[in-house]
Design a protein around this ligand. Structure first.
Ligand SMILES: Nc1ncnc2c1ncn2[C@@H]1O[C@H](COP(=O)(O)OP(=O)(O)O)[C@@H](O)[C@H]1O
Ligand SMILES: [Mg+2]
Length: 246
């Protein structure tokens, strides 16, 4: 696991935490959190994490829908996402295609100081959400979670100052399989009562969204709303992504 080791070594005096299977490292410059399932996959795909370096190198050369290929590893990155974001708005939402798998990678750029728990909050939210999802399914709500595999946070030089860059990696969901729930429910993807597209199917869907959201909130899982949901076109399953814990 050379790259995991390399990523960890960059974490200056790293603090390692292991909570319910989620492994996280946290230092002054870099943070890392990942699930054991993803670690196992990387073991068989040792080049996969090099994608971070390729993305970082090309951050300022990204153009909507223009794929860039890493000659060394064969990995392709392309600004592309399913749903409401278009063109430049989607510049930091990438499809990452490795030898045998496609990922969705969200890049967040900001200047804010790293906090202790930034890197593992999302992976943690996912762990918290799992039993809630089971309970919701028992109640017939047909819901799943888009798995977050790894979060990696580091700093890049931008001229004279440093920027924090965070990579959040999950599976890629395609427009032929899923549609955006906010787009289905609201004109212009805008959650306002006057934009609601009233149909019997939408009434049922928004009732499900409400029930899922409320139960997640009760257990401290945030950001569960129509903007962060897909609907599987075939199965009608709601897929939640981009959730956070307190
Ligand atoms: N796994 C995915 N596969 C394809 N597209 C995605 C995936 N996850 C999110 N998207 C699309 O990218 C947009 C932004 O993703 P999200 O993780 O919600 O980031 P943010 O809300 O911070 O912009 C979503 O609204 C959705 O349309
Ligand atoms: Mg979101």
């Amino acid at each position: 696991m050379a790259l995991f080791r390399r990523l960890r070594n960059w974490v200056v005096r790293p603090k390692k935490t292991r909570r319910n299977g989620v492994i996280s490292y946290s230092g002054s410059k870099h943070k890392l959190a990942y699930t054991p399932e993803f670690k196992a996959w990387v073991k068989h795909n040792p080049g996969a994490l090099d994608a971070f370096h390729f993305i970082r190198k090309n951050l300022h050369h990204l153009k909507p829908f223009v794929a860039l290929k890493d000659k060394k590893t064969g990995t392709t990155i392309e600004p592309l996402c399913t749903g409401e974001y278009k063109g430049n708005n989607a510049l930091h939402r990438l499809s990452v295609v490795t030898k045998d798998r496609e990922f969705f990678c969200k890049i967040k750029l900001n200047g804010k100081a790293l906090t202790e728990s930034d890197a593992n909050r999302k992976v943690e939210a996912q762990r918290q959400a799992k039993p809630i999802i089971r309970e919701l399914n028992k109640r017939g709500l047909n819901v799943a979670l888009a798995p977050t595999h790894i979060i990696y946070e580091t700093k890049i030089k931008d001229g004279d100052h440093e920027q924090t860059v965070t990579f959040v990696v999950s599976d890629f969901y395609h427009a032929h399989d899923v549609e955006s729930v906010v787009g289905k429910l609201y004109h212009g993807n805008n959650i306002l009562p006057e934009n609601y597209i009233k149909t019997p199917a939408n009434d049922q869907l928004s009732e499900r969204v409400k029930q899922i959201r409320n139960m997640m909130l009760d257990y401290g899982v945030f950001d569960v709303h129509a903007h962060n949901m897909f609907l599987n076109k075939k199965t009608g399953q709601i897929i939640i992504f981009d959730i956070n814990s307190a």
